[in-house]
Ligand binder design. Structure first.
Ligand code: UD1
Length: 427
C-alpha cells in the first residue's frame, strides 16, 4: 500500500500521459478469498491479488476463523484447517461490508455462523436481507440478536432462488453456499458482473459444477468434498476506468494495459457519446483527449452490463468539465451523492433532484481542500484535483487506500504532481 497518510496535496493542470497496468479486481478477490472457507484441510491459491486495505481486512477475518493466509507480491495462499471457528469479530466485520461474504460459506461448512451486521462505505442504506432470505430458503434458520446475524442449519437443501434485485453480494453468498450443497440449485435474476464469473471459476476449480455464470440464471451442482484449487483474479474494471477518466480530465493520453475491454464496454460507449476518442485493443484501452472538450451526456447507473455505480462519482467529475449539461441518475444505491457538495467547492455546478444530478459543465475547476466520504468519491476528488487549477488537498484518504493499489506511484508515472502530506494533527 502507498502508506497510511490521510491527506494528499495535488498541483493540478498537468496532462497525464503514458500507460499503467490494471491491478487485480478487489471485488473479485474478496469473494474468492471467502470461498476458501468451503475447503477442509486444503489450500486455495490466488494470483494477481491487489495489495489493498480491504484485502488485508478479509485476510485477518479468515485468520481469525482459523485459516493460514500468506500474501506476497500478488500471490496469496489460504490454508483451511478441518476445524474452523464460525463466530466473526465485530471490529473486522464493521470495517467492510464484504465481510458478509463469509456468511454463506460458514453456514455451508460449519452448519452455523455469527455475523455482526456489516459496515462499509457510507453510500446509503445497504441491508443484507436478500442474502438472509436466500439462506433461509436453502434451509438455514436465522435470528437477529444484539445487532448480529445468528445462522444455523441441520442440513442445507438445493433449491431455486429468485432474487427481487440482482444483488452482487447476495448472488455470491448463495453461489458459494450452493457449491457445497448436494443437488442442483438454481439462482434466477442473478447478478451478471465479471466478478461473479471469477468466483464461479474458483468454485469450478474446487470441483463444484457451475453453469450460466455471467447470465441471469446460474445452475450449481454442489458437493460436500471440494478440493484444493488455484485461481487468477481478473483485472479491476473500476480502477482501470478511473485512470482512463484521469486521462480525459487532464486532457492527456492514458492507456490501461492488462484489462479485458469487454468489462469497460459501458464506459467506452459513454466516452464515445461524449466525443472522446477511445482506442480498444486486445487487452488494453486508451483515451486521447489533448486540447479537447467533451460533450454533456445522460447516464443511469445499473447492474452489470449497465453503467457501474462504482464509477458514478468519477464520471460525474469528468462531466463537471463537459461542454453543456449532463444528467446522471443513480439507480443502484439510494444516497450516493455525498461527493456533490465537495465537487461544488471546486467550482463545479451541480443540482441534486432526488436520485438525479444535473451537471452544468464549466471550462475550469479550481483547487480547494476537500474530504473523501467514501472510496469512489475519494478517487473522484483526486481526479478533480488533477484537473483543477492550483492546489487541492484531499483529506480522508483512508477510504481510497481500500480500493486503489499504488495509486501515488501509478499517478506519478503518468506525470501527476501529487504527494502525501502530514495529517492535520501532525501524525
Ligand atoms: C458490490 C460491490 C460494490 C458495488 C455494488 C453494486 C463488492 C465487494 N462490492 O456491493 O462495490 O457498489 O456491488 O455494484 O463486490 N441490497 C438490498 N438487500 C440486500 C443486498 C443488496 O437491498 O440484501 C441493495 C443495496 O442496498 C443496494 C443494491 O441492492 O442498493 C446493490 O447492492 P449489491 O449489489 O448487493 O452490492 P454489494 O454486493 O454490497
Amino acid at each position: 500500500m502507498d502508506g497510511l497518510s490521510d491527506r494528499v496535496l495535488i498541483r493540478g493542470g498537468k496532462p497525464l500521459s503514458g500507460g499503467i497496468v490494471a491491478q487485480g479486481a478487489k471485488n473479485a478477490a474478496l469473494p474468492v478469498m471467502a470461498s476458501a472457507l468451503l475447503l477442509s484441510g486444503r489450500r486455495l491459491t490466488l494470483e494477481r491479488v491487489p495489495d489493498l486495505q480491504d484485502i488485508h481486512t478479509m485476510a485477518d477475518l479468515l485468520r481469525h476463523l482459523g485459516a493460514g493466509v500468506n500474501f506476497d507480491k500478488g500471490r496469496m495462499t489460504i490454508d483451511v484447517p478441518e476445524d474452523l471457528k464460525w463466530e466473526t469479530p465485530t471490529d473486522l466485520v464493521r470495517r467492510m461490508r464484504a465481510s458478509s461474504l463469509v456468511l454463506g460459506p460458514l453456514v455451508a461448512r460449519c452448519g452455523r455462523a455469527v455475523l455482526p451486521l456489516p459496515g462499509g462505505c457510507a453510500i446509503g442504506s445497504r441491508p443484507i436481507d436478500l442474502h438472509l432470505k436466500a439462506l433461509v430458503k436453502m434451509g438455514a434458520e436465522i435470528d437477529l440478536e444484539h445487532g448480529s446475524v445468528h445462522a444455523r442449519t441441520d442440513g442445507l437443501k438445493a433449491t431455486r432462488i429468485s432474487f427481487d434485485f440482482p444483488s452482487v453480494g447476495a448472488t455470491e453468498n448463495v453461489l458459494m453456499t450452493a457449491a457445497m450443497t448436494p443437488g442442483e440449485s438454481v439462482i434466477e435474476n442473478a447478478a451478471r458482473e465479471p466478478e461473479i464469473v471469477n468466483l464461479a471459476q474458483a468454485l469450478r476449480a474446487m470441483g463444484a459444477r457451475v453453469e450460466g455464470d455471467g447470465s441471469g440464471t446460474i445452475r450449481v451442482r454442489g458437493t460436500r468434498s471440494l478440493g484444493a484449487a488455484s485461481v487468477r483474479i481478473i483485472p479491476d474494471r473500476i480502477e482501470a476506468s478511473t485512470y482512463l477518466l484521469a486521462g480525459v480530465m487532464t486532457r492527456g493520453e492514458v492507456t490501461v494495459n492488462g484489462i479485458n475491454p469487454e468489462y469497460l464496454e459501458s464506459l467506452i460507449i459513454k466516452l464515445e457519446e461524449a466525443g472522446i476518442p477511445v482506442g480498444v485493443f486486445a487487452d488494453s484501452v486508451s483515451v486521447s483527449c489533448r486540447e479537447r472538450r467533451w460533450r454533456g451526456i445522460t447516464l443511469k447507473t445499473l447492474p452489470y452490463p449497465g453503467f457501474p455505480t462504482d464509477l458514478q462519482p468519477q464520471i460525474m467529475a469528468a462531466l463537471c468539465m463537459a461542454d453543456g449539461t449532463s444528467v446522471i441518475q443513480e439507480s443502484v444505491f439510494d444516497s450516493r451523492y455525498v461527493h456533490v457538495g465537495e465537487f461544488k467547492r471546486m467550482g463545479s455546478k451541480l443540482d441534486i433532484q432526488g436520485n438525479t444530478v444535473v451537471v452544468t459543465g464549466v471550462p475550469r475547476l479550481t483547487g480547494a481542500e476537500v474530504r473523501a466520504s467514501d472510496l469512489r468519491a475519494g478517487a473522484a476528488l483526486i481526479l478533480m484535483g488533477l484537473a483543477a487549477e492550483g492546489e487541492t488537498v484531499v483529506c480522508s484518504l483512508k477510504h481510497v487506500w481500500r480500493g486503489y493499489e499504488s495509486l501515488l506511484c501509478k499517478m506519478e508515472s503518468l506525470g501527476a504532481d501529487m504527494r502525501l502530506i502530514p495529517d492535520a494533527d501532525g501524525a
